[in-house]
Design a protein around this ligand. Structure first.
Ligand code: ADP
Ligand code: MG
Length: 251
């Protein structure tokens, strides 16, 4: 197993000519994509365009068919690479919060810290509490997920990912399963993370967030990146007909 120290000066995420097939169905048709350290890149596009597949390839939850994926300069498709070590530096937050239902909030935040980071119980608890405070849920450490609102559960999921002290965070439609009145609290937490300098890839339908927080906006359709650029430019002056058609439906 190759040791995997991040390469200095490398991009956080670099995807080159990525192709992904499910059977004979090509869902990513040559995607070039990158996120620089400290950047927030938002990915938008219609359902089925390949956004989740792209995001999931970045930590090899999906196996790319061809192309290269470098995370902090490390080729994650190299069979010699310690994938677990690379993954431990990537926090993931999904539409469904995926908390462990039979564990308290605090336990949810400590399990992977103990098992993967090998932290002592005291240290794991201290880091968990710091992160619960960061997402505004310091008073919920003993609650069980079922007793929390969707927005609170998603903030716990974010705090759990942060407790691993990742170098970057990947979000796949983190607010899509939430009642509208709960979306704002989750976006506020993500905005604070961005302000604090976290590297983020965010698949989202929240165009206000993309406009205000994103450093770059990527529009995908049919397994390709159709258009990308400064979010204000892309949202206000989309150049391609497909981007215009999509935005006219969602804005
Ligand atoms: P998005 O996130 O933009 O909605 P996805 O990346 O989830 O799009 O899906 C892209 C395409 O790949 C869709 O046509 C979807 O049906 C297909 N797809 C996604 N996951 C699988 C899978 N595990 N097996 C087969 N097809 C899949
Ligand atoms: Mg998706």
């Amino acid at each position: 197993m190759t040791t995997v120290e991040p390469e200095r000066g490398a991009r956080a995420i670099e995807v080159r000519d990525l192709h992904k097939y499910y059977g004979s169905h090509e869902v990513l048709k040559g995607v070039d994509f990158h996120v620089d350290a400290g950047q927030v890149v938002c990915v938008i596009g219609p359902s089925g365009s390949g956004k989740s597949t792209l995001l999931r390839c970045v930590n090899r939850l999906e196996e790319p068919t061809s192309g290269r994926i470098l995370v902090e300069g490390i080729d994650i498709c190299d069979p010699e690479v310690d994938l677990a070590a690379v993954r431990s530096r990537i926090g993931m937050v999904f539409q469904q919060f995926n908390l462990f239902p039979h564990m308290s909030v605090l336990k949810n935040l400590c399990v992977a810290q103990r098992r993967v980071r090998k932290r002592s119980q005291d240290e794991a608890v201290r880091i968990a509490r710091d992160n619960l405070a960061k997402v505004g849920l310091a008073d919920k450490e003993n609650a069980y997920p079922a007793h929390l609102s969707g927005g609170q559960q998603q903030r716990v999921a974010i705090a759990r990912a942060l407790s691993m002290e990742p170098d970057m965070m990947l979000f796949d439609e983190p607010t899509s399963a939430l009642d509208p009145e709960l979306v704002g609290d989750v976006l506020a937490v993500m905005r604070t993370l961005a302000t604090d300098g976290m590297t983020m890839m965010v698949v989202t339908h929240e165009m206000g967030f993309a406009r205000e927080v994103g450093d770059n906006l990527v529009f995908m359709d049919g397994g390709v990146i159709v258009e990308e650029g400064d979010p204000v430019d892309v949202l206000s002056h989309p150049r391609h007909a497909r981007t215009q058609a999509f935005l006219s439906k969602v804005l």
